[in-house]
Design a protein around this ligand. Structure first.
Ligand code: PRT
Ligand code: MG
Length: 221
């Protein structure tokens, strides 16, 4: 049995066409069912539904053999561990799905460039404290980081912070909240991650699955 960890929402939705191209149909819609383990048209492949930020943990500790996780989640985890790439987690393939960018945004009218130039401290609210710390340190910008778990956009509007570091795709969330993107930190897409022990034990079926994903990604780009 191969266990694939996916998160509900955009990663699940964007993974479906790749799975289909690999000859795998998922048998249930996670939005309709409350099941956390879903079968597929392949009797030897099942999907487990976990929080996006829990996918690396599942794969790393063998709760899943393989999984799909955003580069944001993977790099924040690595930065949290002091730069050491997680043992027990191979990043094998860029699936080029759930694409977005990690950016700095401020309230319209806030002079970010001047604040940075003057060397004043910038108050930054984010879920990505480790990536934000690395980014601002590399630019020599002094920051006070405020850890939030959601609705980052609210922070500059309420005076909690001067800036946020968050994911942007269409930009409409920023726009709706009168925020402007002032700097891109990095491009993000989802990656296929594999447990190294599983890759040894289930080498052939896992290799075949990874190859099928790779072919599907290439066919789409
Ligand atoms: O939602 P939950 O708290 O369960 O977990 P999650 O937010 O980590 O999961 P999910 O499913 O929202 O995101 C999973 C992954 O999708 C992320 O780790 C990213 O790699 C990727 N992704 C791609 C995005 C976006 N695009 C995205 N736009 N994740 C989040 N967003 C959010 C962003 O945070 C902001 O609130 O969408 C809003 C901005 O979107 P636009 O289109 O208005 O710019
Ligand atoms: Mg979300």
């Amino acid at each position: 049995m191969i266990t694939l960890a996916l998160s509900k929402g955009r990663i699940f939705d964007d993974s479906l066409p790749l799975l289909r191209a690999a000859g795998i149909e998922v048998l249930e819609d996670p939005e309709q069912s409350r099941k956390l383990i879903i079968g597929t048209s392949r009797p030897d492949v099942r999907v487990v539904l976990v929080r996006a930020s829990d996918v690396p943990t599942y794969v790393q500790h063998g709760g899943a053999d393989i999984g799909v996780a955003g580069l944001d989640v993977l790099l924040e985890g690595t930065a949290e561990q002091g730069g050491a790439s997680a043992a027990g987690l191979y990043r094998v393939l860029d699936l080029k799905i759930a694409r977005c960018r990690l950016s700095v945004a401020v309230r319209a009218g806030f002079d970010y460039a001047a604040t940075v130039k003057q060397g004043s401290r910038l108050r930054v609210a984010t879920k990505y404290t480790h990536l934000a710390r690395q980014f601002f340190a590399s630019k020599g910008v002094h920051v006070d980081l405020i850890k939030l778990y959601g609705s980052m956009e609210l922070a500059p509007l309420t005076g909690l912070a001067d800036a946020i570091v968050d994911l942007v795709s269409t930009g409409s969330t920023l726009k709706a909240n009168h925020l402007v993107e002032v700097e891109k930190i990095m491009d993000i897409s989802s990656r296929l991650v594999v447990n190294p022990a599983a890759l040894k034990l289930k080498r052939e079926p896992l290799r075949a699955l990874i190859d099928a994903f790779e072919t599907a990604v290439e066919a789409r780009s």
